[in-house]
Write a protein that binds this ligand. Structure first.
Ligand SMILES: *[C@@H]1O[C@H](CO)[C@@H](O)[C@H](O)[C@H]1NC(C)=O
Ligand SMILES: *[C@@H]1O[C@H](CO)[C@@H](O)[C@H](O)[C@H]1NC(C)=O
Ligand SMILES: *[C@@H]1O[C@H](CO)[C@@H](O)[C@H](O)[C@H]1NC(C)=O
Ligand SMILES: *[C@@H]1O[C@H](CO)[C@@H](O)[C@H](O)[C@H]1NC(C)=O
Length: 614
């Protein structure tokens, strides 16, 4: 009894005053060193692939070798890691490093199963990339790729039969064709979870977020319900537009809209569709924002000029100046395909340097992308203060949320006017602002529910709630949360889930969902803090907030970024925002003028809001 009490006291003592452990310190120092060498090998290979790619065989082989080295190394230290964890030695930082030790992932499966799961994932991804469809009513023209060929045809088509034909073919050739592989993959994924020490596969699904399945789904559900009022008004309005375009028969009152028609409509918000394409845009005469020509006119006509312009922006926020060698060493990426050409920062773990690869295109998208890419540079530099094990972001896409919040700030009409890219008052009037919010909203507000459904579906499969190929369950969720139904009745004879899973069957979308939410939350926070947004001021709405030259932001940013993943993301948020929770509030504030407009329009035009189940 007394002995028990003593042990308890001792435990309490070590818990309350954890101190660094010398043997653990030596071990971790070695691990950090070894990992940094392996990571650099991997990074160099990825950089080569980016520069020469997209599928540079030498680079891919190098990456593969580095990955094998990593697995071998992790295998060699796994017993000691487990022992240190069990002994609960060390201080908080040391324990955190043990906690953030890379997982074996699929490699924890048995030999034959490892081969299988990789093959399945690769097969599904290949089938997505390599499938070729026959063109509508052209049985001899059968070399259309899904992206970009089919996408392009459908985006521009006004022929409903043609659109439906491609919708059905797409699903038949991707979804149905990979049904057995998907089922098999999910089985192996469950085993992977167990092999990595997770008794619940849904917990493994979210492990990179350091949330349990229950916590993550709870948070997602809460965020979805906050989004719902805006989503419902927006959905009602888009349904009204679709009805105008396609008639009552295809877009009936009080029902979810047909997915194939909605996809064309929403997809056009990413392309260069003109204002009159969107039949009910808030102000057709105000047009849509496009600064591509102004960039040329103002001399921001090369990537180099843009690079230094954006570097100056971040310096104005109080971040350190970038050295000129960064640009002189920067290299153009191989791909001149506009859809996949982006600027990117590269970090190395053993060296105190970074590299930069850039896209030679100089247009609006690449301009805003530069704000994201340079934030990465600053992030890598700040996080280099941490040991290798803690240099990653607190959750995947966290860094992206930071970068995107500044891209959002840079797209503010107030800032663009300051750069001379917009003429005076060209974009600050309400009609033009509403057009801009409308287009941004089509991209953001309709995407979150799709992410939600895809993760929820797979989580329910993992928890054993539904079968892996329960197509009807998939459509129930799709109808309930995205307000869309298939053009024809779908049953369990069909299988449509993989058709939406883009390239990676195991891509977890929740971190992208969170990242989008956080992007707006951060923007609102920075704007409030610097007085550029004020709740009740008509002159300072969030969508006009310009953060340029707000130097105090740099201090906050540097601190946040220097934390790396040394703390749980909630603690990072707590230090950054004064709250540990992700909140939809920023996004809702940003789109508030649009939501008001949509609500009024729906009322004035007698458009029904919401839908009854089919
Ligand atoms: C992957 O695809 C190939 C060719 O289509 C097929 O032969 C193979 O069985 C597939 N692998 C698995 C694990 O299903
Ligand atoms: C095949 O169909 C696509 C889509 O309709 C069309 O753009 C292309 O020109 C056609 N190719 C041939 C060789 O007819
Ligand atoms: C913007 O304008 C440029 C040149 O005027 C044009 O090529 C591009 O397609 C436009 N982009 C969008 C998204 O409208
Ligand atoms: C990366 O940057 C270094 C200087 O920091 C330079 O010497 C090197 O050539 C660059 N490498 C690539 C592949 O761009």
């Amino acid at each position: 009894m007394l002995q028990g009490l003593l042990i308890l006291l001792c435990l309490a003592f070590t818990q309350a005053y954890p101190s660094p452990d010398p043997s653990l310190a030596a071990f971790l120092s070695d691990v950090n060193q070894q990992l940094s060498v392996i990571y650099d090998q991997e990074q160099l290979a990825f950089l080569q692939n980016e520069l020469h790619g997209p599928n540079d065989l030498v680079a891919l082989l190098q990456a593969e070798l580095a990955h094998e080295k990593l697995l071998k190394y992790l295998g060699s230290i796994s017993k000691r890691v487990a022992k240190f964890k069990r002994l609960r030695l060390g201080d908080a930082l040391q324990r955190r490093q043990l906690q953030r030790m890379p997982q074996l992932g699929y490699e924890a499966l048995s030999g034959a199963e490892v081969v299988q799961i990789y093959e399945l994932a690769a097969n599904m991804s290949d089938s997505y990339q390599n499938v070729q469809l026959c063109a509508y009513k052209q049985p001899l023209n059968c070399t259309l790729r899904l992206i970009p060929d089919v996408q392009r045809v459908v985006q521009q088509s006004r022929n409903l039969e043609e659109i439906e034909y491609y919708w059905l073919e797409w699903r038949r050739r991707t979804g149905l064709a990979t049904r057995q592989q998907f089922v098999h993959f999910m089985e192996l994924y469950k085993k992977t979870a167990k092999a990595n020490g997770f008794s619940q596969a849904q917990d493994y699904w979210f492990h990179q977020l350091e949330l349990s399945g229950q916590q993550a789904m709870g948070l997602l559900n809460e965020l979805m319900s906050k989004l719902e009022p805006l989503f419902l008004q927006f959905h009602a309005h888009v349904r009204g537009s679709l009805r105008k375009m396609h008639g009552e028969q295809l877009v009936p009152h009080g029902r979810a809209y047909p997915q194939h028609l909605a996809e064309v409509f929403l997809g056009n918000s990413y392309r260069s569709a003109s204002a009159d394409w969107f039949v009910d845009i808030p102000s057709p005469e105000a047009g849509l924002p496009n600064i591509t020509e102004a960039l040329q006119r103002r001399g921001l006509s090369t990537t180099q000029r843009v690079f230094w312009n954006v570097a100056e922006y971040y310096r104005g926020l109080g971040l350190t100046q970038l050295e000129s060698s960064l640009w002189t060493n920067a290299q153009p990426v191989a791909s001149h395909n506009e859809d996949s050409c982006w600027h990117k920062a590269w970090r190395f773990y053993t060296l105190p340097t970074n590299n930069f690869s850039y896209c030679p295109l100089s247009d609006e998208e690449r301009f805003f992308n530069m704000f994201e890419a340079q934030l990465e540079l600053h992030y890598f530099r700040a996080a280099a203060a941490q040991p290798t094990l803690l240099r990653e972001e607190p959750f995947p896409n966290f860094m992206n949320a930071l970068g995107k919040s500044f891209a959002l700030a840079a797209a503010s009409p107030r800032y663009l006017r300051k750069l001379g890219l917009l003429r005076d008052a060209e974009w600050s009037g309400l009609p033009a602002r509403l057009n801009r919010l409308y287009l941004q909203g089509l991209r953001v507000v309709f995407l979150l529910p799709v992410f939600y459904v895809l993760d929820r579906y797979r989580v329910e499969v993992l928890s054993g709630h539904i079968m892996a190929d329960d197509n009807e369950a998939y459509w129930r969720h799709t109808e309930r949360y995205t307000g869309a139904v298939p053009p024809r009745r779908r049953s369990n004879e069909h299988f449509d889930v993989p058709a939406k899973l883009l390239l990676e069957v195991d891509d977890q979308y929740t971190s992208q969902f969170f990242s989008t939410v956080l992007q707006f939350q951060l923007y609102k926070y920075f704007c409030t803090r610097t007085g550029q947004y004020a709740e009740d001021s008509a002159n300072k709405p969030l969508d006009l907030c310009d953060l340029s030259d707000q130097r105090e932001i740099g201090t906050i940013l540097k601190h946040t970024m220097s934390l790396g993943s040394s703390l749980h993301y909630k603690e990072v948020l707590q230090q950054l925002l004064g709250t540990a929770e992700l909140s939809m509030d920023g996004l809702l504030t940003y789109f508030k003028p649009l939501q008001d407009w949509l609500t009024q329009q729906n009322r004035d035009n007698g458009l029904e809001v919401g839908w009854l189940p089919n």
